[in-house]
Design a protein around this ligand. Structure first.
Ligand SMILES: NC(=O)c1ccc[n+]([C@@H]2O[C@H](COP(=O)([O-])OP(=O)(O)OC[C@H]3O[C@@H](n4cnc5c(N)ncnc54)[C@H](O)[C@@H]3O)[C@@H](O)[C@H]2O)c1
Length: 274
């Protein structure tokens, strides 16, 4: 019988992962999985404080650190892509795990959103993916793959998600528009809609522990998901295994998005304040 060799599904691929803040970040779960499946990686960081966290993590994966990127400053996005160009000359995939909203507006009512925070949240959480696609396209001469992270709050009302729900809905629409624009160059554009996971960004959302418990009791798999699970799906989506997929929003949420009503067997939950 012929011996099977199993090179990783990302062997020979080079990818830029944006949005690692610490070892609980979804971007870190994706970086670990991409490396495990054979990719060569580069990471960015946002500001000096995160640089200190990202550098040792990058080392664990033999990944390059290609600099500071604050997506509100286009020059820093240019600098990062210049660095990637110098390092590799081309790029196979980019993973965008970046979102922000003022914590004070991730509680209470959406109707009270301020104009300033609306603009800032949409700029960082939605437009940045398009800004990154513009730069990535130039390095993806032989095609490539762009991936972003979204949440079910884009599709349905979720408590306290507020302006982030609106930003994620716009992000999901931009996945479709970018997929159509970049498809002819064989650049695929997809998103993962992840279930709730306790990360730095998530800790800014009001009553997050309640949301986690609710998902655990009511999702078909009766649990929440991990950054490793999101990571494995991301590795698949940016690999040639998913070469026929673009414009897709794939749910990695233990099935929660198919549920229409509380599981009758789930205990009643009371608000447990953080
Ligand atoms: N944690 C969840 O429950 C969950 C669920 C679904 C989707 N997501 C999405 O996953 C992505 C990653 O978030 P996470 O939960 O891993 O949290 P995280 O706090 O670990 O990551 C958020 C990242 O966004 C970066 N960021 C924020 N503003 C930025 C800016 N101006 N310029 C550059 N980078 C900036 C931060 O530096 C950080 O690395 C986000 O898009 C988030 O909305 C999270």
């Amino acid at each position: 019988m012929a011996e099977t060799t199993a090179p990783g599904i990302l062997a020979g691929k080079r990818g830029l992962i944006m949005g690692v803040a610490n070892n609980r970040s979804i971007a870190w779960g994706i970086a670990q999985a991409a490396r495990k499946h054979g990719a060569e990686l580069a990471l960015t960081y946002q500001g000096e404080a995160l640089k200190k966290r990202v550098e040792p993590l990058a080392k664990e994966l033999d990944a390059a650190v290609v600099g500071h990127c604050d997506v509100t400053d286009g020059a820093t996005i240019d600098a990062v892509f210049d660095e990637v160009g110098k390092l590799w000359g081309s790029l196979d995939f980019v993973v965008h795990c970046i979102a922000f909203s003022d914590k004070d507006e991730l509680t209470g009512r959406y109707v009270d959103t301020s104009e300033g925070n609306f603009s800032k949240s949409l700029l960082i959480s939605c437009y940045s993916f398009t800004a990154i696609a513009q730069r990535a396209e130039k390095l993806m001469k032989d095609g490539g793959s762009l991936l972003t992270l979204t949440y079910y709050g884009a599709e349905k009302w979720m408590p306290h998600y507020n302006v982030m729900g609106v930003a994620k809905a716009a992000l999901e629409a931009s996945v479709r528009y970018l997929a159509a624009d970049l498809g002819p160059q064989n650049i695929r554009v997809n998103a993962i809609s992840a279930g709730p996971i306790k990360t730095l960004a998530a800790s800014g959302i009001g009553d997050f522990r309640y949301i986690l418990k609710w998902n655990e009791y009511n999702s078909p798999l009766r649990r929440t998901v991990t950054i490793e699970e999101v990571g494995d799906t991301a590795a698949y989506l940016v690999s040639d295994m998913a070469r026929g997929m673009t414009g897709e929003i794939l749910h990695v949420d233990a099935g929660y998005h198919v549920v229409g009503m509380k599981n009758p067997e789930a205990p009643d939950l009371s608000l447990d304040k953080d």
